[in-house]
Design a protein around this ligand. Structure first.
Ligand code: RIB
Length: 334
């Protein structure tokens, strides 16, 4: 009978990750007694470790969105450089799927997980995720969408500051009616970006008009859908909570024969690769995805082998002004 790491873990009463760390001689926070119990279980069962490379997992929402695929790519390359194999799983922001995927990763005996949870995780689902992570006793790095969990470290962006930079720029260009198309507002990232939008308006002493806020789903369809509504509100600029939504604005403007930026300014968020290659290159709030992906792999490695060194990481976005933003065309529309 083939003896697996799970058999040894069950026999020794520890997690598969602990068995892997002990048998591979990796530093980990278990007593000598536990180490001995693991070695004895492995010996009694005749476990033969094929000395597999440690396995880590990354859980992403949607790799059709170049933001997440760029994050995943940077993570995987860094994990491989560290000598780890990696599994990527995609939950698609589907209800409960991030939990199901986490279960799968844990059942495969991963030694650690980087997780971007769903944008629609309900408070109840977040509690369940939190319990699952705490019970798993393996290192977890939360990325992009904050979760407050003891001993979990995070790689995050200052989303509020990024939104403030974008809207402040449009205001400085002379826009006073700025539409906003968000992602799911139950998502902490979106709530932070909306606060940044409001901060910039307040700094400029411009009243916040909730009728200019459209809740989307981080998809191009949102831009196409909300463009006519926002034009009807006489906006001269639109702040999109990601570049995919901004793509939809471009599509809608073509249909309405509107010119960007002559008739409408557009600014996105994320800084995914196509922004520069559009006919009218997109102004956007760029997230340092390469750095963030590498940082997640490094932080996870620290949590697995040198937990005393592991520290949360908070990155700053940068404003990339290109051709999609300008002063409002018609002063009477300011
Ligand atoms: O494009 C997807 C969005 O969801 C990004 O802005 C990222 O921050 C995530 O929260």
């Amino acid at each position: 009978m083939h003896v697996t790491i799970h058999d040894v873990a069950a026999r020794a009463g520890v997690s598969p990750a602990t068995v892997s760390l002990v048998l591979n001689g990796r530093p980990c926070r278990v007593s000598e007694n536990t180490r001995q119990r693991v070695r004895q279980a492995a010996q009694e069962l005749g476990f033969r470790s094929a000395a597999p490379r440690p396995l880590v997992g990354i859980l992403l929402p949607d790799i059709s969105n170049l933001f997440f695929s760029s994050i995943g790519q940077a993570f995987l390359l860094e994990a491989r450089a560290q000598g780890n194999d990696a599994i990527v799983m995609v939950h698609g922001d589907q209800p409960g799927q991030d939990l199901a995927n986490l279960d799968t990763l844990l059942s495969r005996g991963v030694g650690g997980v980087v997780m971007v949870r769903s944008a629609r995780t309900t408070p109840e689902e977040e509690d369940t995720l939190r319990e699952k992570i705490l019970k798993s006793r393996i290192p977890v790095v939360v990325m992009d969408r904050k979760m407050d969990i003891p001993n979990v470290k995070s790689v995050l962006l200052d989303n509020r500051e990024g939104a403030r930079m974008a809207v402040r720029y449009l205001l400085e260009q002379g826009h006073t009616r700025i539409g906003c198309i968000t992602g799911p507002l139950e998502d902490v990232v979106c709530r932070e970006r909306l606060l940044g939008y409001q901060d910039a308006l307040e700094e400029a002493a411009i009243a916040y008009d909730e009728s200019l806020i459209c809740q989307g789903d981080y998809r191009p369809e949102d831009g196409v859908k909300y463009l006519p509504y926002l034009l009807g509100k006489s906006v001269t600029g639109i702040f999109c909570f990601n570049d995919m939504i901004a793509l939809g604005i471009y599509t809608g403007c073509r249909a309405y024969h509107l010119r960007i930026p002559a008739d409408l300014s557009v600014i996105g968020y994320d800084g995914i690769p196509f922004c520069e290659t559009l006919d009218v290159p997109l102004s956007t709030v760029e997230q340092p995805v390469e750095e963030m992906g590498r940082a997640a792999a490094t932080l996870l490695k620290q949590m697995m082998y040198q937990p005393q060194c592991a520290q949360d990481r908070l990155f700053l976005p940068s404003l990339q002004i290109r051709a999609s933003t300008a002063s409002p065309a018609d002063p009477s529309r300011r």
